[in-house]
Design a protein around this ligand. Structure first.
Ligand code: 6PG
Length: 244
C-alpha cells in the first residue's frame, strides 16, 4: 500500500451517513470549475439510503445536477430492469428525478472496452495517462471485495485495462468492473459502509490496515494522489452510538 491515509468518518446512523455524504456532494457540485463533476456510483444495497436522500429536498433542489456526469463502477451482467441491476436501483430511487447525464454500464454485453473508451472520451483530466474521476463511490462486501474485485479473481491483477469483465465464481456469474489503475487515479474515493452486518469485516480490515497487509481487495484501493474516505455509520464502525 502506498499509504493513502484512510480517513474514517463515522456518523450515528444510516440516515445521518446519507445526509452527510449528500451535503458533501452538494458542496462539490456548487464549487466553481470548468467541465462536469464526474462521479462513479457504486453497487449493492448500501447506496440506496444516499440515493433516496439525494432525491428529496433539500438536495434534489440544491445539488447542481446539470454539472454532474454519472457513471457506474461495476455492474452485474443483467438488464437494467433486473432486481440485481446496480443501474436499476439508482434509476428507481434517484436517476429518474434528476437531469444529470448517466452512462449505464452495459455489463450484459460484455463490452468492457466500450465502457473504457467512453470514460477516456468523456474525462479529460489525466494522471499518468489515466482518466481522473472527481469522485468514485465504493462499497465493501463481507469478504473484503469492492466493486466487482472479488478475492482470488483475475481482475485483481489487471494493470492495463481500466474496465474489465471479471468471472466471479463466488457468485456464479461474471461482472463488469473498474480495475485498480482507474480507481486509484481518482481525486476522491469514498467507501460507504453501513449496518451492523459490516462490523466484523470492518474490524478485520482495520487490523490488516494496521499491519500494512493489503490482502483484502478493498485494501488495495489506495489512490496515489487522491483522498480516501471510509464513511461509516456507528453500527458498522462498532462504535457506541452517541446520543443523537
Ligand atoms: C456490487 C457492488 C459491491 C458492493 C458490496 C457491498 O455490485 O455488489 O459493487 O462491491 O458494494 O458487495 O454490497 P452491499 O452494499 O449490498 O452490502
Amino acid at each position: 500500500m502506498s499509504g493513502a491515509t484512510v480517513r474514517e468518518i463515522v456518523l450515528p446512523d444510516r440516515g445521518a451517513l446519507a445526509r452527510a455524504v449528500a451535503e458533501r456532494i452538494m458542496e462539490l457540485s456548487q464549487q466553481p470549475g470548468d467541465g462536469p463533476l464526474t462521479i462513479a456510483l457504486s453497487g449493492g444495497s448500501t447506496p440506496k439510503a444516499l440515493y433516496e436522500t439525494l432525491s428529496r429536498p433539500p438536495f434534489v433542489e440544491a445539488v447542481a445536477w446539470p454539472r454532474l456526469e454519472l457513471f457506474f463502477g461495476d455492474e452485474r451482467a443483467v438488464p437494467p430492469d433486473d432486481a440485481d441491476s446496480n443501474y436499476g436501483l439508482a434509476a428507481r430511487t434517484l436517476l429518474a428525478k434528476i437531469p444529470s447525464p448517466v452512462h449505464r454500464m452495459v455489463a450484459e454485453s460484455g463490452e468492457a472496452e466500450a465502457y473504457e473508451h467512453l470514460i477516456r472520451g468523456r474525462i479529460h483530466k489525466r494522471r499518468a495517462e489515466i482518466p481522473v474521476f472527481d469522485l468514485i463511490f465504493l462499497g465493501v462486501g463481507d469478504d473484503g471485495h469492492t466493486a466487482s474485485l472479488f478475492p482470488g479473481t483475475r481482475a485483481l491483477e489487471e494493470r492495463e485495462r481500466l474496465v474489465a469483465m471479471n468471472e466471479v465464481p463466488q457468485k456464479n456469474t461474471r461482472r463488469m468492473t473498474f480495475t485498480y489503475p482507474l480507481i486509484n487515479a481518482a481525486d476522491r474515493v469514498w467507501v460507504l459502509i453501513s449496518g451492523a452486518e459490516k462490523r466484523d469485516i470492518v474490524g478485520r480490515l482495520r487490523e490488516k490496515r494496521a499491519q500494512d497487509d493489503a490482502s483484502f481487495p478493498i485494501l488495495r484501493v489506495d489512490p496515489s494522489a487522491g483522498e480516501l474516505v471510509w464513511w461509516l455509520d456507528a453500527a458498522a464502525a462498532g462504535t457506541p452510538r452517541r446520543g443523537t
